[in-house]
Design a protein around this ligand. Structure first.
Ligand SMILES: C[S@@+](CC[C@H](N)C(=O)[O-])C[C@H]1O[C@@H](n2cnc3c(N)ncnc32)[C@H](O)[C@@H]1O
Length: 246
C-alpha cells in the first residue's frame, strides 16, 4: 500500500527531538566534509544557499554562513527554526513545509539532508524536481541520506523496493535509537535519480556515521553533490511515482 504523506508526524517528532538532535548528530564528520566541499565550489559573498529541513542550523547553515554565503533555511518544526535563528544570526529561517514552499529566487546550492525520511516517493519526487529547477546555472544540489541497501538485505525485505529498486517507502532505518519505517533510496537509485534530471554527480561519499549516543546504532550514510551543467533544463526525475504512471 502506498505510504501517505503526514507532515504533522514530522512536526511532532522534531519539536520533541529539539536540541537533542544537535547533541547526537551535530558533529558528523561525513556531513561536515560534504559542506566543506560545497563551500569550496561556491563564491563567498555572492552565492546563495538553501538549507531544506535545516533543523537547528548546525552544522549546515552555520558552516555556510561562516563561509560568507547567504543562507535561507526552511523547516516544518517551529522549535527547530527558532534554534536555527538563534545560532545562525546571519541566516534567514522560515517555518515551512518543504513540500509546499516555493522558492522565488535561484539558489547556487540547495542542500537536502535527512529531511525526507517521513515522506512518500510522490512527495520526494516533486520536492527534488522543484528544488533542482530552482538551481542557478552550474548550481549544486546536495543530498544526504541513509541508503536502503544496508537495511534491505533479505529477499523478503526486498519487497519494500519499487520495481526499479530506486527507493523503498518503508525502510527499516534506525532513527533516534529505534527502527523506523522511513523513506530511503538505494545507492545506485539515488545516483540515477539525480542524473535523470540532467544533473552531473561531482562528489560522493558513502561511509558509517556513529551518533553521539552509545545506545544508537551506527548509520550508513550517502552524501552526493550534483551540479546543474550550465543552464541545462531540468528534466522530470525518473522513475515517475506510481500515481503518475499511465
Ligand atoms: C533529521 S533532521 C536533519 C537536519 C539537517 N538537515 C541535518 O542534516 O543536520 C530533519 C529535519 O527536517 C525537518 N523536516 C521534516 N519534514 C519536513 C517537511 N515536510 N518540511 C520541512 N522540514 C521538514 C525536521 O523538522 C528536522 O528538523
Amino acid at each position: 500500500m502506498a505510504k501517505t504523506y503526514e507532515p504533522d508526524a514530522a512536526i511532532e517528532l522534531y519539536d520533541e527531538v529539539n536540541i537533542d538532535y544537535e547533541h547526537v548528530y551535530g558533529n558528523n564528520q561525513l556531513k561536515i566534509r560534504c559542506i566543506d566541499k560545497i563551500i569550496s565550489m561556491l563564491r563567498p559573498g555572492s552565492s546563495q544557499a538553501l538549507d531544506v529541513g535545516c533543523g537547528t542550523g548546525v552544522p549546515i547553515a552555520q558552516m555556510l554562513a561562516r563561509a560568507g554565503l547567504k543562507v535561507v533555511g526552511i523547516d516544518i518544526s517551529p522549535k527547530m527554526v527558532s534554534l536555527a535563528a538563534e545560532r545562525v544570526k546571519e541566516g534567514s529561517f522560515i517555518v515551512a513545509d518543504l513540500a509546499h514552499w516555493e522558492p522565488d529566487t535561484p539558489f547556487d546550492a540547495v542542500l537536502v539532508m535527512f529531511c525526507h525520511l517521513q515522506m512518500n516517493y510522490a512527495t520526494v519526487h516533486a520536492m527534488f524536481y522543484k528544488y533542482a529547477c530552482a538551481l542557478s546555472p552550474n548550481g549544486l544540489l546536495a543530498v544526504g541520506q541513509c541508503p536502503a541497501d544496508y537495511y534491505i538485505q533479505t529477499k523478503a525485505e526486498a519487497a519494500a523496493y519499487d520495481e526499479t529498486r530506486t527507493y523503498a517507502e518503508r525502510c527499516n532505518i534506525p532513527f533516534w535509537g529505534k527502527p523506523s519505517q522511513d523513506f530511503a533510496m538505494s545507492l545506485v537509485g539515488q545516483r540515477r535519480f539525480l542524473e535523470s534530471m540532467g544533473l552531473e554527480i561531482v562528489d560522493e561519499v558513502v561511509d558509517v556515521f556513529r551518533p553521539n549516543n552509545p545506545t544508537f546504532d551506527p548509520e550508513y550514510q550517502q552524501y552526493i553533490i550534483a551540479r546543474r551543467p550550465g543552464e541545462r533544463p531540468i528534466s522530470t526525475p525518473q522513475p515517475l511515482p506510481k500515481e503518475e504512471q499511465s
